[in-house]
Design a protein around this ligand. Structure first.
Ligand SMILES: [Fe+2]
Length: 185
């Protein structure tokens, strides 16, 4: 008998249980990552309308919004990127289709009041891959370097709307990143 299909509802129920049982970002993401891996490997788990970018803009859809976590889909069009930014919470990001380049940074003190961003690693995530964000290692940049749309599921441990986040330019200039809208990346 084939293994039962892992659905979005299964994933949400599992996350609800995990975030009830655990408070450590390391443990939550360690437990959530393989489950997200199962979810993104099941192409029918997410309604197709949440897996397409609207004409002329990046796709962002809220799939589940709850106090302890939220689940969104993100569709990066060819060339779409997000500069270095933080999240101030844990996260797991899984790729459904195509690939994404993720660069992780360590933020330190630079010269002239600027921050200094050191690249920790550059990763290319493929379908089924899951990237974990934990406090201390959660500043990243994303870039779709390909000619096709990249489809992902993002899960975060806090509601990102209105959160006082930061973004950094290549030279370390820091800018507040606060949006009343839910920016799910
Ligand atoms: Fe992000």
């Amino acid at each position: 008998m084939a293994a039962a299909t892992y659905t979005l509802e299964d994933f949400i129920a599992d996350l609800d249980r995990i975030t009830r049982e655990e408070t450590s970002p390391e443990i939550i993401t360690e437990r959530a990552a393989p489950l997200l891996g199962r979810l993104v490997e099941n192409p029918g788990a997410i309604p197709t309308r949440y897996l397409r970018a609207p004409a002329g803009q990046r796709g962002r859809y809220m799939l589940h919004r709850a106090p302890r976590f939220n689940v969104t889909s993100v569709i990066w069009r060819p060339g779409d990127r997000a500069g270095a930014h933080d999240h101030r919470t844990w996260g797991v990001i899984g790729v459904i289709a195509n690939e994404i380049e993720e660069t992780r940074y360590r933020v330190g003190e630079g010269a002239g009041g600027h921050a200094r961003l050191d690249v920790l690693r550059v990763m290319h995530h493929k379908p089924g891959d899951v990237s974990r964000l934990v406090p201390g290692d959660e500043v990243h940049a994303m870039h779709n370097t390909t000619g096709r749309d990249t489809v992902e599921i993002h899960v975060y441990g806090r509601d990102l709307a209105g959160l006082q986040r930061k973004t950094w330019a290549d030279d370390g200039t820091e800018t507040p990143l606060v949006s009343p809208k839910y920016l799910n990346c």
